[in-house]
Design a protein around this ligand. Structure first.
Ligand SMILES: Cc1cc2nc3c(=O)[nH]c(=O)nc-3n(C[C@H](O)[C@H](O)[C@H](O)COP(=O)(O)OP(=O)(O)OC[C@H]3O[C@@H](n4cnc5c(N)ncnc54)[C@H](O)[C@@H]3O)c2cc1C
Length: 277
């Protein structure tokens, strides 16, 4: 195993120089909290990195199985509250600052980048819900994310629609009171896994005509289960990559998956940028 030592001192040396005068940022407290995460990263996350990469993820009976030990490590991460670090306290978070979250994320990536890619989309999903969701959507979804019961994904990329998202073909249609999503997404990090009870997929889909380009795209919340039954979302393959074998990069089929619009129709790309940034 390649030994991992979290570069906490170096990170905080830089943060103090470049962000030391950030209002309401308590550098001492921030470093103390980060040191707790560093101990977890060195003792639990990093030792799983190499064996996890060797074992990789598997697709079994349509479900993604993570490498040995990843489920237990995620449970420890979630119960320690790291998934809701910056989320509002009223929604189950710790209301900490984004500089601390950045330091934690940096250390997580160094210790076990594969696992970080699967768990690390939650803060973006929470920010997207806070910026674009209704109070009901925020109250419904965010507590599941801060508690760690659910993880989240961002579903943008399609074959032929990677850098150029104006070419997205995945379609959302209104059927009765619900929206249904039809189409295929590729390269979706954490498209499925067996660590969390549920997954909240944030899906960019076309509600307008193809010639509307990005103005015809809207953002949807699509849960892995609806009323206790699996939603119509299937992982059809895990992409083979040069590395990051413990991060399931999934090809996904949406076959009339039930979804809920978040934000305004036709403003999906702007909402998704909150998630990506
Ligand atoms: C490990 C991994 C995880 C990923 N996870 C996710 C995820 O969770 N969700 C998701 O939606 N997507 C995900 N992606 C997909 C990723 O975001 C896309 O790969 C990316 O958007 C680029 O799309 P593409 O691969 O189709 O490349 P292309 O768009 O085909 O681009 C190929 C190359 O051409 C260059 N290029 C493209 N257009 C231009 C231009 N106009 N001018 C000059 N150069 C150009 C690009 O910079 C790139 O180097 C993941 C990809 C990887 C590898």
């Amino acid at each position: 195993m390649i030994p991992f030592q979290a570069p906490t001192d170096e990170i905080f040396y830089s943060l103090r120089i470049f962000a030391g005068d950030t209002p309401r940022w308590d550098a001492e407290l921030s470093q103390e909290i980060t040191q707790h995460f560093a101990a977890f990263a060195e003792g639990v996350l990093a030792p799983l990195n190499e064996p996890g990469d060797r074992q990789g993820c598997r697709l079994e009976n349509g479900r993604v199985r993570m490498p040995d030990g990843f489920g237990a490590a995620y449970a420890e991460l979630a119960t320690s509250g790291w998934q809701g670090l910056t989320a509002p306290e009223a929604l189950g978070g710790q209301a900490l600052d984004h500089l601390t979250a950045a330091a934690v994320s940096e250390i997580f990536s160094g210790a076990n980048h594969s696992l970080q890619m699967v768990t690390g989309l939650v803060p973006g999903a929470i920010s997207t819900l806070l910026a674009n969701g209704t109070p009901e959507q925020q109250a419904t979804y965010i507590p599941h994310l801060t508690s760690g019961d659910w993880l989240s994904t961002m579903c943008l990329t399609e074959a032929g629609a990677g850098s150029d998202l104006s070419r997205i073909r995945c379609k959302a249609t209104r059927e009765g009171d619900a929206w249904k999503i039809y189409g295929q997404k590729i390269f979706i990090s954490g498209g499925d896994q067996d660590m969390s009870q549920g997954i909240l997929h944030l899906v960019l889909a076309r509600t307008g005509a193809p010639e509307d380009g990005v103005k015809g795209l809207s953002l949807f919340l699509c849960t892995s289960e609806v009323d206790g039954t699996r939603n119509a979302i299937t992982v059809t393959r895990i992409e083979e990559k040069l590395g990051l074998h413990a991060s399931p990069t999934c090809q996904m089929e949406f076959d009339g998956a039930t979804a809920e619009l978040i934000g305004d129709e036709g403003r999906g790309l702007a909402a998704m940028f909150t998630m990506m940034n």
